[in-house]
Write a protein that binds this ligand. Sequence first.
Ligand code: PLP
Ligand code: COI
Length: 366
Amino acid sequence: MNNVVESTLSIEKNPNPVPADERARRLENPAFGRVFTDHMATIRYTEGKGWHDAKVGPRGVIPSDPAMQVFHYAQEIFEGMKAYRLPDGGGALFRPDANARRFQNSAKRLAMPSLPEDLFLASVRELVRLDREWIPSGEGSALYLRPFMMATEVALGVKPAAEYLYCVIACPVGAYFKGGASAAVTIWVSDSYTRAAPGGTGEAKCGGNYAASLVAQAEATREGCDQVVFLDAVERRWIEELGGMNVFFVFEDGSLQTPPLTGTILPGITRDSLITLARDMGLTVREEPYSIDQWQADARSGRLREAFACGTAAVVTPIGKVKGHKHNFTIGNGGAGELTTKLKAALVDLQNGRAPDPHGWLDRVF
Ligand code: PLP
Ligand code: COI
């Protein structure tokens, strides 16, 4: 595939941004993914020409044709990352290079062109600079960035498209779950549906994975749960991840465990960061399979003390209860555990520039 970068990013300020008082009103309680900023980044790709027309400009509609390949065969990938408000009023991204690399890996799996890392980074950094007034400063809030790429070739033949649009939009966000940032969630064990099989797209961040998870998520909601935990597709016993986040277990000896990256789960950047932060604290972290029956047995015996979900949107969210057709148990006292709270504070303090950054994860943008 041709990867020639033809242009540098052009920048056009929105001539009609949301007025400051209206923006302040929208920033008061943005929830998750409902409020959007004034700008967006777009870059086009054409086979034989490469990446071109890179710009950050006013947010607007995307021109589309009903025969665009993405509408039919779902050739689409995305990323999720946040810009944080720093104590001095500046703004920083968290490990954006890791998102750029994961985006390239997802593209490869979906037979899409690879967006060069410097172009990915330039697009998100410029968007954050232009939309800097939209970064909220309240505890637990941030500017969520959603880079995505889709097949725009107008053709119905089933083959990798020859044209693509890469785009980044942004939205100020608070807690992902309705209960707020520190409330524990209840998880539904899906025994009818799986998310990803070996050889499939589980480790790619493609829209299709989420489409396939929605029926299970709807079942979870009907059962009064917040999220689904998916089991492996082969034996239907090993815990993989939740619909939109990775999962960790905390044991009575203070050690942590999380499912290994075997190709069927998303390699979370939060997961990776927490493993590093926990090891920095001298804790033992195992990346090993854990079965749903063992989880229930250990929660009931008290060997398992805490469990939490983690991801860019979810940050670190305690898991209080687990329910399913064959499972029903509470973890600890059903609230946020001590180590979960400590790890979350370590991560959030680093992301907001309140703690040292020994691994160089913060990328200051202004
Ligand atoms: N797993 C899934 C399925 C996700 O959608 C996400 C969120 O992006 C994660 C895990 C966590 O990944 P990250 O920590 O990079 O946001
Ligand atoms: C993210 O955390 O970025 C995700 O994509 C997960 C989704 C629940 C919004």
